[in-house]
Design a protein around this ligand. Structure first.
Ligand code: FES
Length: 579
């Protein structure tokens, strides 16, 4: 057959498709070749040389070596093992090696490779290159002393997300990963999505940690500390405790948060339902007036900052709605505070998010009311896991508990916010019923589900109105769509964008999955499946049917998009530099 090639790996004859790399072919045969800089679909720079194999007299990096007819490959000779060891020893010589206190200890790919290669001493000792640490970003912390210059973060930021906030700079021993002109990350075009963290094999990139800030709040007797959790956290947190990918741990998570000492445990799904009420109304009104179309979702802070830097003339297209956790925070410090008779200045709102960009979002001055931030601290899923471990809680054996009321419960529509297409589907469930004025049986809009980068659909409302919809995930895809619109090739009424590929389920604050595991398990698909199962398990699956939402409008806000709703639940955006 023309499209297959015969090769031999370690004496085993095999047929592979043309274009297959030797690394892929070996893995198909369950032959383990270590790798470090290679990250499928993100980085193929073959810079670390850890994956070398012997082909004839030559040692070649297998991650970029395409199989050729008749090729004979040796993966386990003395020459190969020594070359791999030397490459890793050289990396270790310029690494800070503070493994005991590193946040990636136990999940560090350099540590794994070193152990697998039986490296027991650091052979090369000498001068170290850059030791720079950058704490300036509220979302992401960079530690150059741990960087191994593999380029995986550069691939994630540039190739995948088309943000390009970081790249290689300087030459030789002075080579570093840097922002343009070496500016602090905070002053760069970084959108805080954290996909660089997810790509980093070591501890050179992590979230800007706020664990101690939250411990301090919990220990302050004068503070009433409320926590809320985003939908995507509950389908990933279990992985930090050894549970399989896609395990739902909603009840255990709530129980753990109570044990940590939070006064109320709320579900951000309530905020998501509120977002749908406000954004759905905004969509209907923009379609009616014909202004500022298409309406683009604004729940994702990575996407919002991407727009601010790259398409500042399109900011009027973004929904003015705050994101769900910001709405929830605003309601905790107004409606809930009033109901409970608590001075909002004594309330601390903590959001547990799958996302590092939410940390930046939480600090935006536009997202405050009467000089109080809607949300005080944002922790990632990983930080929550770290707190649970620090507190000695036996997470796996916890008995499930339920969220607090009255603003703590959400619908199934809100749960699916965690996956790409979820916001659009939740909005459609509500917009369909509001425009038809009756309950509809169809509530699953599967056309907006799935992992295609850009999904397009024309949805006809019961009143005959057509809504041309696009659902996009990954900023690389978002840029493609925006550029097609700028060229006049595409037009829509409604666009949902999530900055991370797959949506919030694979956000930059979620448990990190090493490169090897992510090749074997479809993380996005497993977590998305769990999200849709969680939706199906809910009795209320439409935002406007959430009784707590109805009560909130009746008792406090009036109607969606009312004056008070605008004051507390809507925001504006900032034009930023392109460089
Ligand atoms: Fe192949 Fe780095 S050169 S994994």
């Amino acid at each position: 057959m023309l499209n297959t090639i015969n090769i031999m790996i370690d004496g085993i004859e095999t047929k592979v498709a043309k274009g297959t790399t030797v690394l892929e072919a070996a893995r198909d045969l369950d032959i383990h070749i270590p790798s470090l800089c290679y990250l499928k679909g993100v980085n193929h720079s073959s810079s670390c040389r850890v994956c070398v194999v012997e082909v004839g007299p030559r040692l070649i990096a297998s991650c970029t070596l395409k199989a050729e007819e008749g090729m004979k490959i040796q993966t386990n000779t003395k020459k190969v093992r020594e070359a791999r060891k030397t490459s890793v020893e050289l990396l270790l010589s310029d690494h800070d090696r503070e493994c005991l206190s590193c946040s990636r200890s136990g999940g560090c790919e350099l540590q794994t490779v070193s152990n697998d290669l039986n490296i027991r001493t650091v052979t090369y000792v000498g001068e170290k290159s850059s030791q720079e640490k950058d704490y300036t970003s509220p979302s992401i912390f960079r530690d150059a002393s741990k960087c191994i210059l593999c380029g995986r973060c550069v691939g994630a930021c540039g190739t995948m997300q088309t943000v390009g906030a970081i790249n290689f700079a300087k030459r030789g021993f002075d080579t570093v990963i840097s922002t343009a002109f070496g500016r602090p990350l905070e002053e760069s075009t970084c959108v805080n999505c954290g996909q660089c963290i997810m790509a980093c094999p070591v501890g050179a990139l992590t979230e800007h940690e706020n664990i101690n800030d939250v411990w301090n709040a919990l220990e302050n007797a004068s503070k009433y500390v409320v926590v809320q959790t985003a939908p995507a956290v509950r389908v990933a947190l279990g992985e930090e405790f050894g549970l399989p990918v896609g395990t739902r741990v909603t009840g255990k998570m709530v129980a753990a948060l109570r044990k940590l000492g939070f006064d109320k445990v709320f579900d951000t799904n309530f905020g998501a339902d509120l977002t749908i009420m406000e954004e759905g109304t905004e969509l209907i009104s923009r379609i009616t007036s014909g202004q500022n179309l298409p309406l683009m979702t604004s729940c994702c802070p990575g996407w919002v900052k991407f727009m601010e830097h790259n398409f500042p003339d399109r900011l009027d297209n973004l929904s003015t709605c705050k994101s769900p956790h910001e709405m929830e925070g605003a309601m905790v410090k107004s409606y809930f505070a009033k109901k409970m008779g608590i001075d909002p200045k004594n309330i601390v709102v903590v959001s547990i998010m799958p996302c590092t960009a939410k940390k930046f979002e939480g600090s935006r001055e536009e997202l405050s009311n009467e000089s109080m931030q809607d949300v005080d601290w944002v922790l990632t899923t990983r930080e929550l896991a770290a707190m649970i471990k620090e507190a000695g809680i036996d997470f796996v054996n916890l008995k499930g508990e339920t969220f607090d009321s009255p603003i703590g419960e959400g619908s199934g529509a809100a749960v699916i916010f965690g996956a790409t297409g979820g916001v659009a589907e939740a909005a459609l469930r509500t917009v369909f019923e509001i425009t038809s004025g009756k309950d509809l049986e169809t509530i699953e809009y599967t056309a907006v589900r799935g992992m295609d980068g850009i999904k397009e659909n024309v949805i006809e409302l019961p009143n005959g109105q057509k809504i041309r919809t696009a659902v996009v995930h990954g900023l690389g895809n978002a840029r493609k769509l925006m550029e097609a619109m700028e060229r006049g090739e595409k037009a829509y009424e409604f666009i949902e964008v999530m900055a991370c590929v797959g949506g919030c389920i694979t956000g930059g604050g979620q448990p990190i999955v090493d490169a090897r595991t992510s090749e074997r398990i479809d993380i996005k698909a497993e977590r998305a499946k769990a999200i849709y199962t969680e939706d199906e398990a809910q009795t209320v699956r439409k935002s406007h049917k959430n009784p707590y939402i109805t009560a909130l409008y009746e008792e406090f806000l009036g109607t969606p998009n009312s004056h008070l709703a605008h004051e507390l639940l809507h925001t504006h955006y900032v034009k930023r530099s392109k460089f």
